[in-house]
Design a protein around this ligand. Structure first.
Ligand code: ADP
Ligand code: MG
Length: 378
């Protein structure tokens, strides 16, 4: 277990099933749309190294207008603060944000990348939820498949972002609560919310709610891909849903949560995937056999994920290689068509992680190429 810690991919899936108003509906086709999330930054003078002259700067920005935007894939970057150990060791800020652009501090000429939004080290997860995730969740409740990923190296803040803790709840608990609030605010529809939770470990799918459910098969029907035999539990409250996730955590090498929300009159299942990916640094050569094997699987999954998202963003690609990894194959139904996708890349500013941060930024940039405007690039 311990040896697997570093490379577990936690993948959470929230599947929402929309109530269909037509009682005669017997269709099994899901309407899918890609996400466009709205994001905003905030001002935060959070530079924790005294040696760095640079201050973080985050512009106030308005949430993107979902209706107006043609985009359905949003790529954002979240900086975590330098931690006490890094500060003690005199680490410097190697990368900093300037508006929605991230600039390398230590190179001349400096390298810069632009994203839909950049979140600073003092930005709360609640805020990130509001601007980068809420539209995916509300879209899913209206029948638009959605996927929210956290991507980054180990210790960059993926779990902090997706799961969080008591003090700072992550996107998963916030989404669960939001889903139930939306149900309460929609009295003219009936909903049934089901949770499943799975991991993909070394390209093997395991059920985290049912320890006997190991190496499950991914099947395909008219609705898309699904995991054969996975346990789905009906939940009636946020606390119930979250207790299942907590129980599932006990079983994982990796994790994945799946909420199916559907009406007794609905035949259409919509899926919102909430995904805490494996650490992207695992793609580096590892010396031990187990780690090397994990790394090659993770590398392949993450590479495929990057290719798939970049092709979806491009919009012109004719072949999208969903089948090249279990992760993308499982997400195919949610990603294809018109689902909403939010990729939140987590990075640390620290100089000791500078190269890994650069890799994450390049991944994010490849996933969605955004031109840097001259005015932003000071
Ligand atoms: P990962 O899942 O990417 O390996 P974690 O989410 O476990 O990383 O984060 C590593 C440590 O950094 C944890 O102690 C976490 O609480 C802390 N951390 C991560 N992101 C933030 C943040 N934005 N603000 C404050 N602390 C953070
Ligand atoms: Mg983690």
């Amino acid at each position: 277990m311990a040896s697997r810690q570093g490379s577990k991919s936690k993948k959470s899936t929230l599947s929402v099933n929309k109530a269909v108003n037509s009682p005669s509906s017997s269709t099994t086709s899901s309407s899918r749309q890609f996400l466009e999330t709205s994001l905003e930054g905030q001002s935060s003078p959070a530079s924790s190294t005294s040696r760095s002259k640079r201050q973080y700067f985050y512009s106030e920005s308005v949430p993107l207008d979902v209706e107006r935007s043609k985009e359905n894939v949003t790529v954002t970057v979240r900086f975590r603060p330098l931690n006490p150990r890094e500060i003690r060791q005199g680490e410097e800020v190697a990368w900093y944000a300037d508006g929605e652009t991230i600039v390398r501090n230590e190179h001349n000429p400096s390298i810069a990348y632009a994203y839909d939004r950049v979140f600073g080290p003092t930005t709360t997860t609640r805020h990130i939820y509001d601007v980068a995730a809420q539209h995916v969740v509300s879209g899913a409740m209206e029948g638009i498949n959605g996927t929210i990923f956290a991507y980054g190296v180990t210790s960059s803040g993926k779990t902090h972002t997706m799961h969080g803790d008591q003090r700072s709840p992550g996107i998963i608990p916030l989404a669960v609560k939001d889903a139930f609030s939306i149900i309460q605010e929609t009295p003219n529809r009936e909903f049934l919310l089901r949770v499943s939770y799975l991991e993909i470990y070394n390209e093997v799918v395991n059920d985290l709610l049912n320890p006997a459910g190991q190496n499950l098969r991914i099947r395909e029907d008219l609705q898309g891909t699904y995991v054969e035999g996975i346990k789905e539990e009906v939940v009636l409250s946020p606390a119930h849903a979250l207790s299942l996730i907590a129980a599932g955590e006990e079983h994982r090498h990796v994790g994945s949560t799946n909420f199916n929300l559907f009406s007794s009159r609905s035949h259409t299942i919509f899926t919102l995937n909430l995904i805490d990916l494996a650490g992207s640094e695992s793609s580096r050569a590892e010396t031990t056999g187990v780690r090397r094997k994990e790394g090659s699987y993770i590398n392949k999954s993450l590479l495929t994920l990057g290719t798939v998202i970049s092709k979806l963003t491009d919009g012109k690609a004719t072949h999208i290689p969903y089948r090249d990894s279990k992760l993308t194959r499982l997400l195919q139904s949610s990603l294809s068509g018109h689902g909403r996708v939010s990729l939140i890349c987590t990075v640390t500013p620290s100089s000791s992680n500078s190269e890994e941060t650069h890799n994450t930024l390049k991944f994010a940039h490849r996933a969605k190429h955004i031109e840097i405007q001259a005015s932003q690039n000071k």
